[in-house]
Design a binder for this molecule. Structure first.
Ligand code: URA
Length: 188
């Protein structure tokens, strides 16, 4: 159990719990505001993220930034962004269950230390790990579920929007619901 964000980050960055530590250039702990009320959780770093050490900076990151901007959320101040896996799977293949198992304790500690009120799961892998193992993004996106006192919502992954731009308006609606929820919570 970690008391401080910095201590957790330091230890996480030395992680050798799975084979991905051998192929990574950088471990991507996360970025944004560690005091934010809202946490975004993606799947795993891609090539650009692995090279630069930051989450969501490729084309998917641009899509995410546009969506955030359209609901006046700033990725540096209003949210914290991380992933289920902290290291890039070779050739961006899906995270394997054993990799997710090895990595999940870091995310659980991040959730404990950052203590967000809302978690947004970007894509199936994240939603199935954090909300429900049978979560269906196409059917359940935009709905809030309360788990351990945290409101969780799943939506489409930015990479899925790039593959299928028709999903973008649905994701924008989910972001508007998120904004409403943030406003509701800030009124107490
Ligand atoms: N896709 C993700 O799920 N996370 C990233 O950080 C980048 C791309």
């Amino acid at each position: 159990m970690y008391k401080s964000y910095e201590e957790l980050k330091f230890d996480c960055e030395q992680c050798t719990k799975c084979e991905l530590c051998k192929t990574r250039n950088n471990l991507i702990f996360g970025a944004g505001n560690p005091n934010a009320n809202v946490m975004f959780v993606g799947e795993a770093p891609g090539e650009n993220e692995d090279l630069q050490g930051k989450p969501f900076i490729g084309r998917g990151g641009q899509v995410l930034d546009e969506l955030l901007e359209s609901v006046e959320l700033d990725r540096k101040t209003d949210i914290f962004i991380t992933n289920i896996l902290k290291c890039r799977p070779p050739k961006n293949r899906d995270p394997q269950p054993k990799e997710q198992e090895a990595c999940i304790d870091w995310l659980q500690e991040q959730i404990r230390v950052i203590s967000p009120k809302i978690i947004v799961c970007l894509g199936r892998v994240s939603a199935q790990k954090l909300i429900a193992s049978d979560f269906k993004v196409t059917k359940q996106h935009g709905q809030f579920f309360e788990k351990d006192g945290i409101l969780m919502m799943g939506t489409f992954h930015p990479a899925a929007i790039l593959r299928n731009p028709k999903q973008k308006p649905q994701v924008l609606e989910d972001f508007l619901k998120l904004k409403e929820k943030i406003n509701e919570l800030s009124k107490g």
